[in-house]
Design a protein around this ligand. Structure first.
Ligand code: TXA
Ligand code: MG
Length: 359
């Protein structure tokens, strides 16, 4: 299949190009589009056949439900059997924006979208192209992240094309995504909201609006529990090269020394650090002690490491408050839960996962 490319300007969204994309979607085709979090792989969310094309293109397990994207609040009432006062409060505070609400679904939602669950995930993106596209298509758009299943989510059109060119009808290029991590997923079907996947709308921000907020223990890497969001159980957001996450007070120095050992062993290491590191033979990315910078660039850096043929990736962890919770959740997953602990004055040790050769 030939994949069309529509290049658009975020500040003046061109309807003529977007009409072509909307027509493809109404015809039951699959089109990738920008959102403020990551690029989405969209299809008519009420058309079962179109939804199946998403699963096929991504190679996504069919037990992993999709998010329906809407452009106005009234559409939530079409999709949700009940919109609790809690869901209404959260939507009023954070929509449009990077927040997904889990609600009880109506029968209009195909089983393929909800993967057979009696709930459905709904989000209203704030990105002007996403909003206009949903409006022109006049359907809720089912859209997972526009990557091959298991790969890092795409934050620009080039990353989408790398994974899906030839497999989908088109890609709308709206430049790099603003936040870089996927939306916060919150279950609103119970009395107390539960974060199933952390994102840029942080636990602290949610608590300010609704008081008590729980966290699904799977978010913190607890593998003894089954994740409530089916997608959270997979190794995910993963680069090709094996990755190790360093935590503790001496993580930075331990990474520098491990990278040097890797170079001596003839490997091509890549590192993700909160400060700069200049070491011959090491590809280093510096997030300047700023979780916002790390969130925005994490996936594109992981893809860059793969393109550069890195053999091993060493990443520094950060504290799990505010946006740090979402970023650490993605880092743990990308690292396949391989975690090394480095504290000042102590020997580096394996906290979880496999022992690396540099140890
Ligand atoms: O920012 C985002 O959310 C992006 C953009 C494109 O909107 N989309 C995205 O979709 O990340 P996806 O499919 O990659 O992740 C959706 C997550 C998965 O972990 C899935 O299991 C969970 O939401 N989910 C969807 N429906 C659910 C439901 N009814 N109950 C529990 N979890 C659900
Ligand atoms: Mg995804």
């Amino acid at each position: 299949m030939e994949t069309r490319l529509w290049k658009l300007n975020n500040s003046s969204v061109d309807d003529t190009l977007l009409q072509e994309a909307a027509q493809c979607l109404r015809d039951g085709e699959v089109v990738a589009f920008p959102t403020e979090t990551v690029y989405g792989l969209g299809a008519d969310g009420l058309n079962d056949k179109a939804v199946h094309k998403i699963f096929k293109a991504k190679g996504r397990p069919v037990d992993n439900p999709l998010i329906l994207h809407i452009a106005q609040f009234e559409d939530l009432e079409l999709l949700a059997r009940e919109v609790s006062p809690l869901a209404k409060k959260l939507a009023a505070a954070f929509w449009p924006g990077p927040l997904t609400l889990i609600v009880k679904k109506t029968s209009i939602v195909p089983d393929s979208v909800s993967a057979g669950l009696d709930s459905v995930a709904v989000r209203m993106p704030v990105h002007p192209i996403a909003q206009r596209l949903i409006h022109l298509t006049a359907r809720p758009l089912a859209a997972p992240s526009a990557n091959k299943s298991g790969r890092p989510s795409p934050t620009d059109a080039k990353a989408v094309s790398e994974d899906l060119a030839g497999l989908i009808a088109g890609i709308i290029d709206g430049g790099p995504a603003k936040f870089g991590v996927e939306s916060t997923v919150v279950d609103t079907t119970g009395r107390v909201p539960i974060i199933l996947r952390p994102g840029s709308i942080t636990k602290e921000m949610l608590e300010k609006v609704v008081g008590e907020v729980l966290l699904d223990p799977a978010v913190l890497g607890n593998t003894a529990v089954v994740a409530k969001a089916p997608g959270m159980k997979y190794r995910h957001y993963a680069p090709v090269a094996p990755m190790f996450l360093f935590v503790g007070t001496n993580a930075r120095a331990a990474i520098a020394s491990a990278a040097a050992t890797c170079v001596k062993q003839g490997l091509k290491p890549a590192v993700l650090l909160g400060s700069s590191l200049q070491l011959a033979g090491v590809l280093a990315k510096n997030w300047q002690n700023d979780s916002v910078i790390l969130a925005k660039n994490l996936y594109s850096w992981l893809r860059e490491f793969d393109r550069a043929g890195s053999d091993i990736i060493l990443a520094e962890g950060l504290s799990e408050d505010e946006l740090g919770l979402a970023v650490m959740n993605r880092l743990r997953k990308a690292a396949g839960n391989n975690i090394l602990r480095a504290d000042l004055g102590q020997k580096l040790f394996v906290q979880n996962g496999t022992e690396p050769l540099f140890l």
